[in-house]
Design a protein around this ligand. Structure first.
Ligand code: ZN
Length: 147
């Protein structure tokens, strides 16, 4: 079974901007200042042109579920199971896929292609861990400029 969540964060030179932004509730990926390609997870090198001039680029929702799995294993005490873990891609940001727990709907209602917003949850060691929130009826209700 894949252990896609619960991996203790490894803070390195490459991932620090990600965790710093996560602590503020923002999702950032790497953007290449040479060719503009986006990369996630951060690795300090462009996957497209192999340039090393990467800068943080903030991503806002909603994203779309690209694939999903439902976890039934209680690998931490007090963990509510089952829950869905989704791999999410973002329109306009090819190359970026972010994994996280899905909240806001029962796991059996998780579906490929469904629209999700970005959220963060407290994780191990005080880190904010990315997770995703089901968007009711697919409406882009949580965009900026909300009244
Ligand atoms: Zn590049």
């Amino acid at each position: 079974m894949d252990a896609t969540v619960g991996i203790p964060p490894a803070v390195t030179e490459e991932t620090r901007p990600f965790w710093d932004a996560a602590a503020e509730g923002r999702l950032v990926v790497e953007g290449c200042s040479s060719c503009g390609a986006r990369s996630f997870p951060p690795r300090g090198m462009c996957r497209s042109c192999r340039g090393r001039s990467m800068e943080p680029v903030e991503i806002t929702g909603p994203g779309r579920v690209y694939s999903l799995t439902v976890n039934h294993q209680r690998w931490l005490p007090g963990l509510e199971v089952p829950y869905a873990v989704v791999l999410v891609e973002f329109p306009g940001h090819p190359g970026v896929r972010v994994v996280g727990r899905l909240r806001g709907c029962p796991p059996e209602e998780a579906a490929i292609g469904m629209e999700v917003g970005i959220g963060f949850e407290p994780g191990p060691g005080g880190f904010a861990i990315p997770s995703f929130v089901a968007v009711e009826g697919g409406e882009p209700s949580a965009r900026e400029g909300e009244a």
